[in-house]
Design a protein around this ligand. Structure first.
Ligand SMILES: C[S@@+](CC[C@H](N)C(=O)[O-])C[C@H]1O[C@@H](n2cnc3c(N)ncnc32)[C@H](O)[C@@H]1O
Length: 442
């Protein structure tokens, strides 16, 4: 087998190192997760549900001026944007994430600060030596999805990377997890399949730019090493603690006062977080198909998509009886009844009526849990968006605000940042929507 590069070539990383000034220039723009793809450590894995690290840093910088001993919590930590940004700002932080695959990515990124770049280079070297001399039979996956997403050559190389990792390098250490995240993060770039805006894989849509796996791996490894060096040069401390837990019933005892919550919960917009990592989880054989997404991922998450509420066979009346829903029960019941009726005219397909009720119950539970975790002077910023399934408007900002008051907080206000659904002709309904920050105080 021809080697694309030899193990000895890997240490030639230095030229790829990005200077502080280059990064600082890029900090000037704020926006969505796309901007994070230019920032060290944040850029290891593209997560379209993520938000801007730059924005988080700005919030923390502002808050630091007024609050001593600032400690931040993100109860929907995703791939760790808030926690990495808090480390950059040298602020103590905590995060909850319930999606096991996303949690693993975030944990790997956060531990990078503690790693020695030379040891990481040695491990990459050893790994590649093994990959290029690997002679064991490769069995290509039977999965039609995986077969559809890759050429045979690309799949052979990717499965070689996977099998070498699983058979010889899966030590579950922060170093070996770098290999795992490197392989995971190149899976989309090496696929011929497209990716939808919300990260769902589109096997029937082919894209033109497809990377060769060993080259992609090498580039990503270079980037990761370069970022580890960057964290050292810039003295990033490790002040973050990430916990794999369900923020509706978190297993967490704060070791200190938490006075700032920065987070973005799922929106009730039918986005399926489990589906967003379907390709990656199938590649690693953590699931074998759609059906496994419920048992492996969704059951731990806030119910924000109809696949989830349908799988749980939820009863609307029972959901609406939940005490946490008291302040919005009447309005919510009205919206849910409308959704249940419209559903019948649409072939009874989408269970938006139970999704909406379960969503607000879940967020009510999260707010109650937060009320007993955060300090008496805490402030919370929730990045939220409203939605209108089947054209029935759900006023998420007001309803979550009311649920926060019920949970024990004293005030809320909403700050709009953008309008959504303004290109009417492309949408299923014409209800204007918005996205913004829900500020909640004690
Ligand atoms: C909008 S994303 C947050 C992304 C994050 N701000 C970032 O930049 O990576 C919402 C996250 O909440 C997680 N999540 C959903 N339900 C959860 C629950 N009950 N407990 C903890 N995390 C949950 C999802 O897996 C997803 O990663």
């Amino acid at each position: 087998m021809d080697t694309i590069f030899t193990a000895r070539q890997l240490p030639l990383f230095a030229s790829n190192t990005i200077s502080t000034t280059q990064f600082e220039k890029k900090f000037e723009r704020s926006g969505t997760f796309g901007d994070n793809m230019r920032l060290p450590v944040h850029r290891w894995f593209r997560y379209s549900a993520g938000y801007s690290a730059n924005w988080v840093e700005t919030l923390i910088k502002d808050k630091k001026q007024f609050v001593s001993n600032l400690a931040v919590l993100d109860p929907f930590a995703g791939i760790g944007t808030t926690l990495v940004a808090s480390n950059v700002q040298k602020i103590r932080s905590f995060g909850f994430e319930a999606h096991p695959f996303i949690y693993r990515i975030a944990r790997t990124k956060l531990r990078a600060i503690e790693l020695d770049d030379r040891e990481a280079i040695e491990l990459y070297d050893e790994f590649f030596s093994t990959v290029i001399t690997y002679t064991k039979q490769i069995n290509l996956p039977d999965s039609p999805l995986i077969q559809k997403c890759y050429s045979e050559d690309a799949l052979t190389d990717l499965i070689t990377l996977r099998d070498v990792f699983l058979s010889k390098f899966d030590f579950a250490t922060p170093y070996s997890e770098l290999l795992w995240v490197t392989i995971t993060s190149i899976l989309r770039a090496c696929s011929t399949a497209g990716t939808a805006q919300w990260q769902y894989v589109l096997p029937n849509k082919t894209k033109s730019k497809v990377l060769a796996p060993y080259e992609a791996f090498k580039d990503k490894a270079n980037q990761i090493i370069s970022d580890i060096q960057y964290t050292k040069q810039n003295n990033w401390p490790q002040m973050a603690q990430l916990i794999q837990t369900d923020s509706r019933i978190p297993s967490f005892n704060p070791s200190e006062e938490i006075n700032f919550v920065i987070t973005s919960p799922p929106y009730p917009n039918n986005y399926d977080y489990a589906d967003s990592t379907r390709l990656e989880m199938m590649f690693w054989e953590e699931i074998s198909g759609w059906a496994d997404l419920q048992s492996r991922v969704r059951q731990y998450l806030v119910r924000s998509c109809s696949q989830h509420s349908a799988a749980e066979r939820l009863e609307l009346e029972t959901l609406l009886e939940a005490p946490v829903l008291a302040p919005i029960r009447e309005e919510l019941a009205d919206a849910c009844d409308k959704l249940a009726t419209i559903r019948l005219t649409k072939g009874g397909r989408k269970t938006y009526h139970t999704m909406a009720a379960a969503y607000f119950k879940d967020l009510g539970d999260v707010l109650h849990a937060l009320n007993s975790i955060v300090s008496k002077t805490a402030e919370m910023c929730f990045v939220i968006g409203d939605s209108a399934p089947y054209g029935i408007y759900l006023p998420v900002d007001r309803w979550l605000g009311e649920l926060a008051l019920e949970a024990g907080f004293s005030s809320y206000h909403f700050e709009k940042i953008r309008d959504r659904n303004t290109k009417w002709k492309n949408r299923k309904h014409s209800v204007p929507l918005k996205e913004g920050h829900l500020w909640i105080t004690r």
